[in-house]
Design a protein around this ligand. Sequence first.
Ligand SMILES: C[S@@+](CC[C@H](N)C(=O)[O-])C[C@H]1O[C@@H](n2cnc3c(N)ncnc32)[C@H](O)[C@@H]1O
Ligand code: SF4
Length: 382
Amino acid sequence: MRWRKTTDSAKFWPSYLILEATSRCNLRCKMCAINEDPRLQKGGEWYGDMDMRVFKNIEPYLSNIFRVDINGHGEALLNRAFLQILEDVKKRVPFVGLTSNALLINEEVGETMVRCRMNELIISIHSAESGLYNEISRPGKLETLLENIETINRYKRKYNSDLPVLKFQFVGMRKNVSQLEGLLKLAAGMNVSELTVLPLAEYSAVRGESLGHYPELVRQYFPPAIRLAERLGIRLNIPHVYMNILAETDGSSVTRGHSTGILFEKRSPRNVMVRDCLDPWIFCFVMQSGRIRPCCVIEENMGSLFNQTFEDIWFGEKYKTLRARILSNDPPKECTTCINRPMTSLANLRLKLMALGLVRRSFGMRGFILLRTIAKFLGYGG
Ligand SMILES: C[S@@+](CC[C@H](N)C(=O)[O-])C[C@H]1O[C@@H](n2cnc3c(N)ncnc32)[C@H](O)[C@@H]1O
Ligand code: SF4
């Protein structure tokens, strides 16, 4: 990765990008922002497929990047240029993933994913029962989804390939938390190695559905699912917020689960609490319009690939200001409430960034080793 001598707080290119191939979708999942955000409706400023000029503007930077996920607000497979984008990205980036409802996978798509060695296919599935699946992911059919997974598996056998690795993604809600065990069984039968539970961002159609409001349901459904996942050899990723609910009651089941929240929970009354986050140093979200967002929560426009280079945006003033704010006692409001990250103190976040060499400090090798040791002691990297 290229090293850049600057005085700003990011020394590297991001290692991870999300590329939004489109914001259009073939479904209208009940909990999805696509139903109610006017910017995502036809004619809205965030509506439509990625302009190939945007893709051409980011393309030269891709060889600096380790991982690209083709994801975003819509269903990437709806973009007619999807296969071209996939193959182009895969030529330049070691790890390429796609998050998809998987309902549009046909023979050509399935074969290309396997042939170009796409690394990961994350399949969104919110129920193991046809009726509930259709009620949540309207007007999708579970049977089609399962047939399409079989198409991928058939090509993986044909090409004798272990890629793409198949994973399930499930938005946990009051209405579908009972599906966890059924989904794990389905995964076991379909060569799916992992199930990630996402915490619900509550839009109006699912107001009050978040499992955070129902700790008793978390306690009822997660421990048996953790045990089943272990028996089936499937990795079950559980959001930090739910792990905390379990931790209050049953330490033994918690230690066997994996948390999707990185790092640890450490509260210090002397510090401003912030959701621990490295995103503005290592990651960015390229929207279909060419607009750069610092993460999936903060909507601030960091710049546009239509009239700026990626380099100017990533190392530019807006990013510098954002990074400085995250490390200050006045982080953006979105960071203090972001549910994707564990709660930690600003001092801990700063320490982690220094340990990774992402924040400048004149430490020398001994100081660096000391920081790494402290960071390890505090639980970083776990
Ligand atoms: C917006 S979708 C876009 C990709 C693709 N259409 C799909 O559904 O996989 C990306 C992920 O966000 C999840 N998602 C949708 N609505 C959500 C919500 N309200 N809260 C949390 N995750 C949500 C989806 O289930 C999916 O796994
Ligand atoms: S398939 Fe994905 S983008 Fe489409 S409505 Fe469902 S969650 Fe939203």
